[in-house]
Design a protein around this ligand. Structure first.
Ligand SMILES: NC(=O)c1ccc[n+]([C@@H]2O[C@H](COP(=O)([O-])OP(=O)(O)OC[C@H]3O[C@@H](n4cnc5c(N)ncnc54)[C@H](OP(=O)(O)O)[C@@H]3O)[C@@H](O)[C@H]2O)c1
Length: 325
């Protein structure tokens, strides 16, 4: 409708953005319309968003002109970058810069930047407790986002900095689900000691973002952290045991062991978990559960997420015993 405020959503077919697109579309009388940005409007996911009622437009975060066009006429934008597509903190900063300039060009009235902590504010490069990676980062995919905050501020944008949390979907898509050890038992492996990891159902990030837009100017110029629940590895394992109907253990490993697991990004993630472990109060303190629920009353905790998603968690088949059974 003519006087609806348009929210332009970067990453609209992805985990964070699609939650926002769906939140807007399911609130028909909320006064907002949604514009879904995608590199490929012809993809199945993009066509589904169009069928649900989104305006779907082509844009690429590596192409500032496409962003300017896509943001034009909008009230607000949700901005997110895609570190794991390229593993480059510099590219992530360049993409955030392109979105910020496009937001400025379009005169947006509210921008949400999906960011994370620049861990170098707590662990400077000379700190030896974790290795420096790529020459000037401790946790490249966190530090780059945090470093990019300044771009939005320097341009004088009406921005809300949204601190997200570990997606529980990582247990499904990111290879972090339960694995069988040599004893045949399932275990989740994190270098978190007995500290709590703030987690979230990824779709709830978009729902919180919608809550922030709906609050008008209340969170402009503010940093807002969100999580569905803060859980230790042992608590996650206990919830998984209950949901899956078979024992899942928590395998606590030192961060240096995790950094050396050999998969792409292992060092980055090892440092990330170590930061979350060593600065539990800072990291959890920035992500209050009650506050998160005030933005998104349907926020799921881990048990609720598991009840909907347990069948999607890939479990390795029982290792065949050496006897050939
Ligand atoms: N996994 C976690 O636990 C976690 C937690 C907190 C934060 N994060 C951060 O979340 C970010 C990723 O967000 P996400 O999980 O929502 O992403 P995602 O699910 O991987 O989806 C990304 C979507 O963005 C689009 N995209 C990719 N490259 C693009 C480009 N160059 N220009 C425009 N669109 C592009 C793709 O859509 P099209 O193909 O349709 O263009 C894709 O569907 C990462 O930076 C990560 O560090 C992750």
């Amino acid at each position: 409708m003519a006087n609806e405020k348009i929210l332009a959503v970067v990453g609209a077919t992805g985990a964070q953005g699609s939650g926002l697109v769906r939140a807007v579309l399911s609130d028909r009388r909320g006064g907002y319309a949604v514009r879904a940005l995608t590199r490929n409007p012809g993809s199945e996911k993009a066509k589904e968003l169009a069928r649900l009622g989104a305006e779907v437009v082509a844009a690429d975060v590596d192409d500032v002109e496409s962003l300017k066009k896509a943001f034009r006429g909008a009230y607000g934008a949700f901005c997110v970058t895609f570190f794991w597509e390229h593993f480059s903190p510099e590219q992530e900063i360049a993409q955030a810069t392109a979105m910020a300039h496009a937001a400025k060009d379009a005169g947006l009235r509210h921008v949400i930047w999906s960011t994370l902590e620049d861990t170098r504010n707590w662990v400077p490069l000379e700190d030896k407790r974790m290795p420096t990676l790529m020459g000037k980062y401790k946790v490249p995919h966190l530090d780059a986002k945090g470093e990019a905050d300044r771009v939005f501020t320097d341009l004088g944008l009406p921005v809300t900095f949204l601190l997200t949390s570990f997606y529980w979907e990582n247990l499904i898509h990111f290879g972090m689900g339960p694995k069988r050890g040599p004893d045949g038992k399932l275990a989740i492996t994190f270098p978190m000691g007995d500290k709590k990891l703030p987690g979230i159902a990824s779709e709830d990030i978009g729902k919180c973002a919608y809550g922030i837009f709906r609050k008008g100017s209340e969170f402009i110029g503010k940093t807002v952290g969100i999580a569905g629940e803060h859980l230790t590895g042992a608590q996650m394992a206990a919830a998984l045991t209950k949901a899956l109907g078979q024992e899942v253990r928590y395998n606590d490993v030192p961060p240096e062991v995790y950094r050396n697991l050999g998969f792409p990004g292992a060092e980055d993630l090892g440092n990330m978990f170590q930061f979350k472990r060593d600065f539990e109060q800072v990291f959890c303190g920035a992500r209050d559960i009650g506050f998160s629920r005030s933005l998104n009353p349907s926020m799921q905790n881990f048990e609720a997420w598991l009840s909907r998603n347990r069948s999607r968690i890939p479990l390795e088949e029982e290792v065949k015993k050496a006897s050939g059974e």
